[in-house]
Ligand binder design. Sequence first.
Ligand SMILES: C[S@@+](CC[C@H](N)C(=O)[O-])C[C@H]1O[C@@H](n2cnc3c(N)ncnc32)[C@H](O)[C@@H]1O
Length: 231
Amino acid sequence: MDLEHNQLPQGEEKSKAVQEMFDLIAPRYDFVNRIMTLRLDVRWRKKTVKALSLPPESIVMDLACGTGDFCIELEKSGMIPIGFDFSFGMLKASRSFSRFTQADVLQLPLRSNSIDGATCGFALRNLTELPAFFEEVARVLKPGGKIGFLDVAEPENRLLNWGHHLYFDRIVPKVGGFFSDKSAYSYLPKSFSYLPPYPEIIQMIEQAGFEHVQRKLLTPGSAQLISGEKV
Ligand SMILES: C[S@@+](CC[C@H](N)C(=O)[O-])C[C@H]1O[C@@H](n2cnc3c(N)ncnc32)[C@H](O)[C@@H]1O
């Protein structure tokens, strides 16, 4: 599927296209990510892990873990990460020593009420069914289990918003196309439209069985952190 020119796919078609795209860009994913976010993604992940407020030795599943950047951050904080992703290419490109399983995060191979926390980085918009995902996370977490979901956002300040769009809509596809795959990095800014407005996301998470659900924009407003606790 040519993600650059076609309408954005849905359902099974989307899932297959996303998996193939990440398999393709996996070898240079980390490198391009650091350039694209000017290394801000490293800081955003640290904040997300801190927001979990879980003690060392906690078992945390990193959902749609990709090359395992969150796993590395969780390891640094003394937690025990387990990564899940359906792209074998992304898992193979990992630099983390955590345990990884190739799996669809909508059907986790884990017992109910068994895990202390969950992280998910820049993947919500790639999933086909957000409510089903939040319900699956709620099933697997222990009561009191914590979530930290990091994803893209738009700055609220008008000038920053303009700069954000100029950068992500015009510059990122060119930089990504130069170092990696043009079609994949043109899809990236478009994929933002899959993400519902944050009040809807919060509502879905609460309906799945979480409380104290909060959303925080992270500097300069290009990322959002959604945190909460399983009831
Ligand atoms: C933008 S990458 C993010 C990777 C990593 N979390 C990070 O922060 O860099 C999105 C990841 O979501 C994965 N993904 C998308 N849908 C998935 C699903 N249903 N099950 C498992 N992984 C999925 C892709 O394979 C890809 O590795």
